[in-house]
Design a binder for this molecule. Sequence first.
Ligand code: C5P
Length: 411
Amino acid sequence: MLNGKEIVLIISGGIAAYKSLDLIRRLKERGARVVPVMTSGARKFVTPLAVGALAAEKVFTDLFDREAEHDVGHIRLARDHDLILIAPTTANLMAKMVHGIADDLATAVLLATDKPVLAAPAMNPKMWQNPATVRNLETLQKRGIRFVGPASGEMAEKGEAGVGRMSEPLEIVAAAEAVLRDQRAEAGELPLAGRHVLITSGPTHEPIDPVRYIANRSSGKQGHALAEAAYAAGARVTLVSGPVELPDPANITVVPVESAADMLKAVESHLPADIVIMAAAVADWRMASEGAQKIKKDGSGKPPALNLIENPDILATIGHHTSLRPDLLIGFAAETQNLLQNARSKLERKKADWIIANDVSPETGIMGGDANTVRLVSKDGVEDWPQMDKTDVARQIIARAAAALTGDKGS
Ligand code: C5P
């Protein structure tokens, strides 16, 4: 989500500056350009050579650098980029920002900027708790500066622990993505700004006894991709997910569940939503009663009979709900035969607005794979979509859903 974004990274003087090297890598991995500015304190902890080599950029250090002033200047550094990120942010730098002191390049950039500023503080817990810092934090937050962390844990100083550690690079990256996305949402550039989207994803696990369960091959890739696409489109997103191997997407409320019954409860408790997309492969059956003890072989050579009952149908429950039904309810139909017929009957039976139908016969490689070939089935007819990456399928579904919700016919 940082593709093409230009980020000025101000590194101030703290031991956490070593983590900024990794942060540069992470930002660049996501497609951002990183323009580093280092304070004199920062240069005592990490070298401009290392920072410049990782960023593949010139490192700016001096306010009165003839070459830089001529070429870029602090005003252009402050204005020509998308985000000013300060990592680490020392207590001293926060205090200078509060008072508008501009006695070096970093503080001059911060005083001159009209771009969003994100700060990742790092300091000794006593400095963080000091009333002066507490007050400075409040003041800066009121001015619209966003903060990520600090986290709690061990300090570099021997035997000290508490709140003051700089957040990990990936958390800072997620916070940077959130700042930039929120800015676009506020500017009215994102179609789902202010909307709530709830998505179910992954398989469910239905316990047989304390150690065994019934499951299916769903990876959660499509559902998770939908959650990320909805977030990128400006929505507040809740992802109710069965057990998957995937990392939790950033900036999204993830509600982990195991069984279909848990999933239904979680969905109901997080509604209302404007759009609900049920991409989870919910198990159709569960044990009539879950064994309290592990089922043992009884020596007869006969397997035990598993007494199954039907699970609640979450999609149908929400589809028929009088108060909780969203404006747009989308289900999936994973089939190995009679795809369209089954999708149409699900549309009616479960009272969904759209069914995204896909053929999951083993030879398609869709279950667990990265690509998907889907058909969008609605009361208006059937659309065949070409084979796409699951992330592209997700973006298309979200774009269409946003258009349907806002009455915009274009996709
Ligand atoms: O009936 P089938 O399982 O094929 O329906 C698939 C659609 O219904 C998917 O959107 C799935 O998430 C949803 N579903 C559900 N609860 C169930 C079974 C399926 O929400 N118990």
